[in-house]
Design a protein around this ligand. Structure first.
Ligand SMILES: *[C@@H]1O[C@H](CO)[C@@H](O)[C@H](O)[C@H]1NC(C)=O
Ligand SMILES: *[C@@H]1O[C@H](CO)[C@@H](O)[C@H](O)[C@H]1NC(C)=O
Ligand SMILES: *[C@@H]1O[C@H](CO)[C@@H](O)[C@H](O)[C@H]1NC(C)=O
Ligand SMILES: *[C@@H]1O[C@H](CO)[C@@H](O)[C@H](O)[C@H]1NC(C)=O
Length: 304
């Protein structure tokens, strides 16, 4: 769990170690007991086992045995093409993990804003209660995840194409975890805004003399800092898919899925940067709010 407190140096190491995570996740379909989602998350947080990737990949190669020379349109992809896809997919693990790590920094920041507001009001900020969420906000996020549809289901595929498809599915799942995390951080931001907007008489309400804190909420010691939180640093990624034509039908489909995975990674980084801007805006509202005198009407529309 202390991963959330990692330094950026440790983070860099984590990201560079990540291809192993992908491999171990591929080996370890059956090692994930907590369901697929937690499996992906574990891998993203590097809690997964770092088992020997290479061995597993080689074993998989051997299983395939001889390949046919002629590659007709409907035949499986060649071993060469399979290896090529492995080669272009492996580096994608790194930017996916980086997207996830950006979000942990953003979560620290929204936590900080939330703690300030909780300290001022003496009440927890409610952010994860279904009934409080704006419907349009939820829908927007769901369409973003749903945007990528698998071209075919794995069981219809010949072995080498299926192998590559499996890697793609795994990377897509990781991206789903990234989008989920983005939603969580944004919901926290929204919850803070909701507290501010629904406290028009200031942190202690209309009758400050009757105000009681509902627990102890220490003021955060200092704002988190990180290159991710420095607005001079862009978080936006511009990965480009390779341009290559394939004759084989399965290869064409896999190439299309690969290209849309790259678009998804780029999109997530852009949404991360936009989220960062919204978090700073909310933090400014929070600072304004906690200084307000209580008992005086001073409505701030923080969620507009
Ligand atoms: C944000 O706060 C929550 C609740 O206090 C905590 O569980 C989580 O680890 C924090 N996130 C980060 C990235 O520090
Ligand atoms: C006060 O805190 C308790 C738990 O700590 C919570 O169940 C209750 O809803 C809170 N009351 C208010 C008014 O926020
Ligand atoms: C707000 O923070 C200050 C400093 O940490 C603390 O003394 C105070 O009790 C906190 N207020 C609440 C309501 O917890
Ligand atoms: C933010 O980043 C810019 C450029 O990378 C750097 O010059 C500046 O010192 C950074 N600011 C902080 C507070 O770290």
């Amino acid at each position: 769990m202390q991963l959330l407190g990692v330094s950026l140096a440790a983070l860099a190491a984590l990201v560079s170690a990540s291809p192993e995570v992908l491999e171990s996740a591929l080996v370890g379909d059956d090692q994930c007991d907590g369901g697929e989602e937690s499996c992906v998350l574990n891998a993203l947080q590097l809690k997964g086992q770092k088992s020997s990737a290479q061995e597993m990949l080689e074993a998989a190669d051997e299983e395939e045995q001889e390949e046919e020379e002629e590659s007709a349109w409907l035949k499986d992809i060649s071993t060469k093409t399979k290896n090529h896809f492995k080669h272009i997919l492996a580096p994608l693990q790194k930017p996916i993990v980086a997207n996830y790590q950006y979000l942990t920094e953003l979560e620290k920041f929204v936590n900080y804003t939330m703690e300030k507001v909780e300290n001022a009001t003496g009440h927890v900020v409610i952010w994860n209660r279904k009934s409080l969420l704006q419907e349009d906000e939820e829908e927007e996020v769901e369409t973003t995840w749903g945007r990528r549809r698998r071209s075919f289901s794995g069981k219809d595929l010949p072995p080498r194409a299926r192998y590559i498809n499996k890697i793609l599915i795994y990377l897509d799942k990781e991206m789903e975890a990234v989008w989920n995390y983005n939603t969580i951080v944004d919901r926290k931001r929204w919850g803070v805004g909701n507290t501010i907007t629904s406290s028009p008489y200031g942190p202690h309400g209309e009758h400050p003399e009757r105000w009681r804190a509902n627990g102890s909420f220490p003021f955060p010691l200092k704002a988190p800092t990180s290159p991710v939180l420095n607005v001079s640093n862009s978080l936006v990624m511009h990965l480009k898919p390779e341009k290559r034509e394939y004759d084989n039908k399965y290869a064409q489909q896999l190439a299309a899925d690969y290209a849309s995975l790259i678009a998804n990674i780029n999109d997530a980084s852009k949404k991360g940067q936009e989220l960062r801007a919204r978090l700073y805006k909310m933090d400014a509202y929070a600072d304004k709010f906690i200084k307000l005198p209580s008992g005086v009407w001073n409505k701030i529309d923080a969620n507009r």
